[in-house]
Design a protein around this ligand. Sequence first.
Ligand SMILES: Nc1ncnc2c1ncn2[C@@H]1O[C@H](COP(=O)(O)OP(=O)(O)O)[C@@H](O)[C@H]1O
Ligand SMILES: N[C@@H](CCOP(=O)(O)O)C(=O)O
Length: 293
Amino acid sequence: MKVSVPATSANMGPGFDTLGIALQIKNQVVIKPSKFHSVSLKGEGSNNPALKDNNMFISIFNDFYHNLSTKRRNFRFEFYNEIPMSRGLGSSSAVIVSAISSAYAIEGVELSKKKLLNLALAYENHPDNITPAVMGGFNVATVQDNEVNFIKKDMPKNLRAIVVIPNRPISTNMSRKTLPYKYSKDDAVFNLSHASLLTAAFMSENWEMLRIASLDKFHQKYRMKQMPELFEVQKTSLKAGSLMSTLSGSGSTFFSIAYAEDSKKIERELRNRFPHFKIFTTDFDNYGVRVEK
Ligand SMILES: Nc1ncnc2c1ncn2[C@@H]1O[C@H](COP(=O)(O)OP(=O)(O)O)[C@@H](O)[C@H]1O
Ligand SMILES: N[C@@H](CCOP(=O)(O)O)C(=O)O
């Protein structure tokens, strides 16, 4: 059995804890019944031996598997990870979503994407990564009474994402603690109006509006101060022709959207300026988590 889950970029500027989009960067796990428990890791995290013993995937998988099954089978878990950890590309959401999906699939128990999303919420209480990880596409999401309510929009083929992945991680939990406890009414109205405009721009495919609509006063500047080079990344990307350029989730990755025909030039300019960062262009994912039995 094989499960794959896309990376996600959350917030998208002003949509703190609300907006998120799925990318064609994936984590994949292959699970096979086996005499003994074993784990193999390729790609991101493979240089971290602790992940073989103390793995968030295995612990969430076991929570669900032990609830769903009376049998005590052992498995071999083969992880192929493309999503870098603690870089603001939703690696923790991908793990949560794939672990829950895997436990249901291995037991042959039906699980709707809507139920999966609400189960994932118990492990990550902001819906902006888990929603696109499950559904794919661009998503607006809110939580009411422990349920995620969302609207999804498929991304068109003429746009690309350009990601700039710094060599230093930022932990989401730590980074949330650096944000202000309270915001002024002016800042609240600023973000409300920009997040609304950004959502309307995606829904109506008014891409020229993104540059203004993606401005934020809630989180980016506080987080980017930890890595001041990110201000230059944003400027370079916008100057080279990106439609928008925002901190991805809690960082450290910077995420830009551009027309497909402009994306390679933007990628080239970013690479010239920031040779020590990992920089590439990718498509959007419109499907979300995928289970192959
Ligand atoms: N492939 C993975 N396998 C196991 N655990 C992972 C994996 N990816 C992420 N994690 C867990 O999630 C943590 C990173 O979560 P977080 O700080 O929210 O970063 P991100 O922005 O990438 O979601 C890691 O420290 C690790 O505990
Ligand atoms: N809204 C959250 C998003 C965190 O995304 P991640 O990919 O960094 O885990 C936040 O801004 O804290």
